[in-house]
Design a protein around this ligand. Structure first.
Ligand code: NAG
Ligand code: NAG
Ligand code: NAG
Ligand code: NAG
Ligand code: NAG
Ligand code: NAG
Length: 669
């Protein structure tokens, strides 16, 4: 945009008008401060007789509440934004200081007289005036006058503002008077617009209000305003006002297209994080512009963007050497070409890669396996076109030397053979999570455990071909570093152990979590207890099949002393095993959850009161306890209880005892 005024006469008029506007703004600003709204309103009416007025009271910084509705500014193409009234006076609800109908009436009368006003000036003139306004405060006040003024103001680039010497002093005060705008610990102004608040007018107001402070550092838009959601206009205003934008996150912004990104690319060269989700109008053109102008881009996410494809990823791999993290999910145009170019670019800093629901094939995985030398974290999910060969090559290529964390979810290419290859190829792998991998069986799991010597944490979710035998051999075959095992909803476990297999124990395991595996019963638990003598944390929530006899061997074979025990939903457990836990592990037990163990009674509480001196969190919801049990807890003088949960007050309880003096929280329903 060129706003060069060649005609001297026009410049002179502009200057005179500029002075007048300064006076108006002075009055306006005072009006805002004194909140003397009726006065303010009438003074504006008297001074301006504006014809197209959308008036509101705005926070001094101009970036908060911007209420509008009546007169639709030309940029709001959607007619649904219009209410169609002639009255255009708006105030924030909290300050809605009752502009009486008589004022509204007089307003309309004045509107009828068409005398010359500053509104007849063309935008170019206003632009020249506005960029000379002294200080962000004056600009914010001017932005309150009308949507037209706001949009002209928001078209002033940050670099085009004629700064006065004292401006920085004003700005300090403005920051402190601002509530909504967060100043994060890293010193960036941050703003998140959600739902109905995500409109162009708000974005423009933010841009104008923050421009004098260098603009926003981080902007998130979570749009769902179907009537007047943000468009390229709003994003362009942000680009002009916020040249130091570092983080841009746009979710659900169907009207944002390439033009908006062009403006961002042109003005914001410091961009470090870009996050686009459900932006169907953005295509490769916009992203390529960003890539070419954002050398510092380090994190990049695209999700459900139908028009972004291989070319964008190629441009990013060419232009952004600092890229450290990429997430690509559900983008139908992204194929092997794009993913491969991202991963094979020469001086790579890439650490985290997440690929989800893409139509990439074995080729991409082979490239990851060969070139992913800097990768530390890899998540592969829902890759339906990758076969066993792809995963096998990824493992055997021996490129993933630094990989620490790997998650594979819903990929039918993960089989016993490919899993073993991954175990052999990734020497540094510490965390492994397999989710919904229905082709992995016991032998594959055991081979993987044997091959991956650095493994510290193994999580298996909904891997239904794996049985308890696979778990046992994984535990006894894994290296000496495995600390944590979690099984969630593995339906293949059936508790059919007839004889205890001869296995070497897993001395390193500290945390065992078996959640919602209904088949996991006493026989399996006994074996696990023997295999893992040094457990600290045991979570068996939702194992409704286990009984006292099943759990006792594990409780008895734990040598190290249990610290956290979660038995929520283990319906068949009774006082016998809870007392054993209290007796054997009272010296170490800190957290005990018995939520839903309806067979647990006061006898357990007596044992707890007598033995558990470091217990600080006890959940007795839906247990069959009575007053005397709780009273026993409250008498246990050495008890250290801080949280006691009794949600759904037990029917036996008639009076509430506070268990002990230092009880911090008592949950009661
Ligand atoms: C700048 O601020 C100083 C003191 O804060 C004041 O004396 C001076 O008049 C101001 N100058 C302008 C141009 O506003
Ligand atoms: C990129 O970031 C580095 C360090 O964070 C900084 O020194 C450099 O100036 C930035 N480059 C650009 C173009 O902003
Ligand atoms: C992206 O690359 C893949 C694989 O190279 C190719 O099949 C696909 O057609 C490409 N998509 C576009 C939009 O060019
Ligand atoms: C991916 O798999 C689907 C069906 O599973 C198939 O229709 C499609 O052609 C495959 N795409 C590629 C690139 O192989
Ligand atoms: C115990 O398990 C339940 C159910 O999985 C969970 O909601 C709860 O947070 C767990 N409690 C602790 C202390 O881990
Ligand atoms: C465990 O409890 C369930 C439900 O209360 C019951 O159906 C089942 O028979 C019990 N199992 C044992 C072994 O007691």
């Amino acid at each position: 945009m060129q706003y060069v005024l060649e005609d001297l006469n026009v410049s002179f008029i502009c200057f005179v008008v500029f002075l007048v506007i300064n006076l108006i703004i002075f009055a306006l600003a005072r009006g805002v401060y004194t909140r003397n709204q009726p006065c303010l309103l009438s003074s504006i009416i008297l001074m301006n007789k504006l014809t197209d007025v959308s008036f509101c009271l705005l926070g001094v910084t101009g970036d908060d509440e911007f209420y509008f509705g009546g007169s639709v500014y030309a940029m709001d193409s959607s007619p649904s934004c219009s209410i169609g009234s002639h009255l255009d006076a708006y105030c924030p609800p909290s300050k809605r200081a009752r502009i009486s109908s008589s004022y509204a009436f007089s307003f309309n009368i004045f509107e009828e007289e068409k005398t010359p006003s500053i509104e007849v000036l063309p935008d170019e003139c206003l632009f020249e005036i506005f960029r000379r306004l002294p200080g962000g405060e004056a600009r914010s006040a001017a932005a309150c006058v009308s949507k037209r003024w706001l949009m002209v103001l928001s078209s002033v680039r940050n670099s085009e503002i004629c700064k006065t010497k004292n401006e920085s002093l004003n700005d300090v005060d403005m920051t402190s008077s601002n509530e909504d705008l967060e100043l994060e610990s890293d010193g960036y102004l941050t703003r998140c617009l959600e739902g109905k608040k995500a409109t162009d007018v708000r974005l423009a107001a933010i841009a104008v209000g923050t421009a004098s402070r260098g603009g926003l550092g981080k902007l998130s838009v979570r749009g769902s305003n179907s009537m007047c959601g943000i468009t390229n206009l709003g994003l362009s205003a942000v680009a002009r006002g916020c040249p130091s934008l570092r983080v841009l996150s746009l979710w659900n912004a169907p009207s944002i297209g390439d033009e908006g990104l062009f403006e961002i690319a042109k003005e914001c060269h410091l961009l470090e994080k870009l996050d686009l989700c459900q932006c169907p109008s953005i295509s490769n053109k916009g992203l390529i512009a960003i890539a070419q102008n954002s050398p510092n881009l380090s994190a990049f996410t695209i999700e459900s963007c139908q028009n972004i494809g291989n070319e964008s990823l190629q441009a990013i791999s060419r232009c952004c050497p600092n890229l450290q993290s990429i997430t690509i999910r559900d983008c139908p145009l992204v194929g092997d070409q794009g993913v491969a170019s991202l991963l094979s670019s020469a001086p790579s800093a890439l650490k985290k890669v997440k690929l989800q629901a893409l139509s990439i094939t074995d080729f991409s995985l082979a490239v990851i396996g060969h070139y992913g030398k800097t990768l530390t974290s890899l998540i592969l999910s829902g890759l339906q076109n990758v076969s066993e060969k792809g995963f096998w090559v990824m493992g055997t290529a021996h490129g993933l030397e630094k990989l620490v964390s790997l998650t594979i979810s819903s990929c039918r290419g993960t089989t016993d053979a490919s899993l073993e290859a991954i175990g052999k190829g990734c020497h540094n792998l510490k965390q492994m999570c397999l989710r919904k991998c229905c082709f992995v069986s016991d032998s594959g799991l055991a081979a993987f455990a044997k091959a991956s010597g650095s493994l510290e944490s193994l999580q298996l979710e909904e891997c239904n071909r794996i049985t308890e035998l696979g778990i046992f051999s994984a535990l006894s075959n894994c290296g000496s570093k495995l600390k944590s095992l979690a099984l969630v909803k593995c339906m293949g476990i059936k508790d059919l152990v007839l004889e205890t297999p001869l296995l070497s124990p897993c001395e390193s395991l500290r945390s065992l979590s078996i959640r919602s595996c209904p088949g996991f019963g006493g026989a399996s638990l006994a074996v696990v207890g023997k295999l893992c003598p040094h457990l600290h944390h045991v979570d068996l929530s939702g194992l409704c099949g286990i009984t006292d006899a099943g759990l006792l061997p594990l409780v008895e074979s734990c040598e190290a002393g249990l610290v956290k025990v979660n038995l929520s939903g283990c319906l068949n457990l009774t006082d016998e095993v809870v007392s054993a836990v209290a007796r054997l592990h009272g010296g170490t037990l800190e957290v005990l959850n018995l939520d839903g163990c309806s067979k647990v009674t006061d006898a357990s509480l007596f044992a707890i009161a007598d033995n558990c001196f470091v217990l600080n969190d006890l959940d007795l919801s839906k247990c069959s306890i009575t007053d005397s049990g709780v009273a026993a807890l409250s008498r246990g003088e050495q008890l250290n209880l801080q949280i006691l949960s009794l949600l759904v007050a037990p029917r036996f309880l008639t009076r509430a005892y506070l268990p002990c003096e230092n009880s911090g929280k008592l949950w009661w329903d």
